[in-house]
Design a protein around this ligand. Structure first.
Ligand code: CBY
Length: 433
């Protein structure tokens, strides 16, 4: 017989012996960390002229416990500069991500001084998103990926937001989860992280209205997880290679919503590891979005005491300039076809240096005929985002944008990173998502 006063202790012991089946996290073991070196070196050695591109990198490296204090300071500088000087021009999601990055693993007193001000600004930006939806046929100023980041940052950093608005707006049937009627895994995954945070944060509340909304939110998580798992591919990827890291994070935090047999975490992880040497994650943001999942971390760990412990010496960091290849002039030229498609098609054949990206082709075409091929781009976390062509501007209230295609197929990389091939038919098409 076990004396009754020892029962809680025995219970605790038994609980700690239960295998972690409930929480399927297949992070890679320390011996295999060398496989991650290309990701980490890309992030550390890139030059961040605008803070925007460094945001995700700082968050990811902090969560992984990879930066020493000096490196951390260096990455924080351009980000702090960006949030302080461009407050109004930052989108809600960029501000939310900056809050996550600057606040990751810091106790309130170590935190960046203006913190409460940033959280207040985010509350306002989130409200503007909701207001825009009410006034413009349910279209936010940005998109649901960013609204999810907003809720996540407000939830993790004690900002104000309405649970009932979250329960209402994040219904998985909402059109904002879909582009061209295709479910966006990135968006669904970020929403699962946000909704899970809200659910965990408010579960102990006695408020009856909260209880009703939390039940609705639980239903949303379940349905989003079903939609994410439905995008699992034969090779283990979920959506595409760039959405897989975030899908993994969503699946880590919601393991009681699916059966173990529904997802082979190792298979997904191994496929991602295979792609690293292929250079698929050459963009710092791409590297930053895959790394946490490979280390078994999620954005919900951002304010856990135990996270971000500095793993001194675990990674082989090289501090060299990223190799950029021979100068463009000495590279052989290739010819590609480029078209702008609105209702009619305007085409041109241009020659560019081998190894050029889509944006180089657009610049060359513009030089040859500015009337037909003029364009503008904005800096985003993923590099340049094409906003206007021939003066026609993408508009989120109308769900219009300039779609990039090659040989009739939409590209899965942006204009600044897609490397073009000789003879290819490249296209920018005025489209509706
Ligand atoms: N992030 C965001 O606001 C973007 C959210 C996101 C879901 C994002 C993908 C996922 C992510 N992890 O960041 C997203 N794309 C969105 C929402 C959109 C729409 C933006 C609408 C709006 N009002 O905000 C839209 C217009 C449908 C869209 N993406 C367009 C494009 C094309 C850009 C073309 C251009 N005009 O420059 C393009 C190139 C697809 C195409 N063939 O035209 C595109 N997106 C791509 C390829 C991608 C992936 C980038 C991958 C890469 N290696 O470059 C992406 C990761 C991402 C960025 N889009 Co969108 C999706 C994927 O492949 N998994 C928040 C902010 C703080 O960072």
């Amino acid at each position: 017989m076990i004396p009754s006063h020892q029962l809680p202790l025995v219970g605790l012991l038994l609980f700690s012996l239960i295998p972690r089946q409930q929480c399927e996290i297949c992070e890679i073991s320390r011996e295999n960390y060398t496989a991650l070196n290309p990701l980490i070196n890309t992030m550390i050695n890139s030059k961040y002229s605008t803070g925007i591109q460094a945001i995700n990198v700082l968050l990811s490296l902090r969560l992984g416990g990879i930066l020493n204090q000096n490196q951390e300071q260096q990455l924080m500088r351009p980000i702090i500069h960006t949030v302080q000087n461009n407050e109004s021009s930052l989108t809600s999601g960029q501000l939310a991500l900056s809050i996550l990055a600057l606040g990751a693993c810091k106790s309130p007193d170590e935190m960046f001084q203006n913190y409460p001000v940033l959280v207040k600004q985010l509350e306002n930006k989130f409200q503007e998103e909701i207001k825009n939806m009410e006034e413009h046929d349910d279209n936010p100023l940005t998109n649901y990926y960013q609204l999810s980041l907003d809720v996540l940052a407000l939830c993790l950093f004690s900002g104000n937001y309405s649970i009932s608005i979250v329960a209402r707006k994040f219904n998985p049937e909402n059109k904002n989860y879909y582009f061209h009627r295709q479910f966006s895994v990135d968006t669904g995954a970020m929403a699962v992280l946000a909704l899970t945070c809200v659910k965990r944060d408010k579960t102990n509340s006695q408020n009856v209205i909260y209880k009703r909304d939390l039940k609705i939110i639980g239903g949303h998580i379940e349905s989003l997880i079903r939609k994410i798992l439905a995008q699992k591919k034969e090779d283990g990827l979920i959506g595409n290679i760039y959405s897989t890291g975030e899908a993994m994070q969503a699946l880590f935090v919601s393991s009681h919503y699916y059966k173990k047999s529904q997802w082979d975490c190792q298979k997904t992880r191994n496929k991602v590891l295979e792609e690293i040497p292929e250079g698929v994650f050459r963009m710092p943001t791409a590297a930053a979005q895959i790394l946490p999942a490979l280390l078994g971390k999620t954005y919900l760990d951002v304010n856990k005491d135990s996270s971000c412990v500095y793993k001194s010496g675990a990674f082989n960091l090289t501090t060299q300039e990223p190799t950029s290849g021979p100068p463009a002039v000495s590279r052989p030229q290739i010819q590609v076809n480029y078209s702008v498609v609105i209702n009619t098609t305007h085409s041109i054949t241009v020659s560019v240096a081998n190894g050029s990206v889509f944006l180089d082709v657009m610049e060359k075409a513009e030089k040859e005929n500015a009337t037909l091929f003029s364009f503008t781009a904005e800096e985003s976390l993923w590099g340049p985002y094409i906003t206007t062509v021939q003066g026609i501007k993408a508009n989120s209230n109308e769900r219009t944008y300039w779609e990039l295609l090659s040989n009739g197929e939409p590209l899965s990389q942006g204009a600044g990173s897609y490397v073009v091939h000789a003879g290819e038919n490249l296209e920018v098409r005025w489209s509706k998502y």
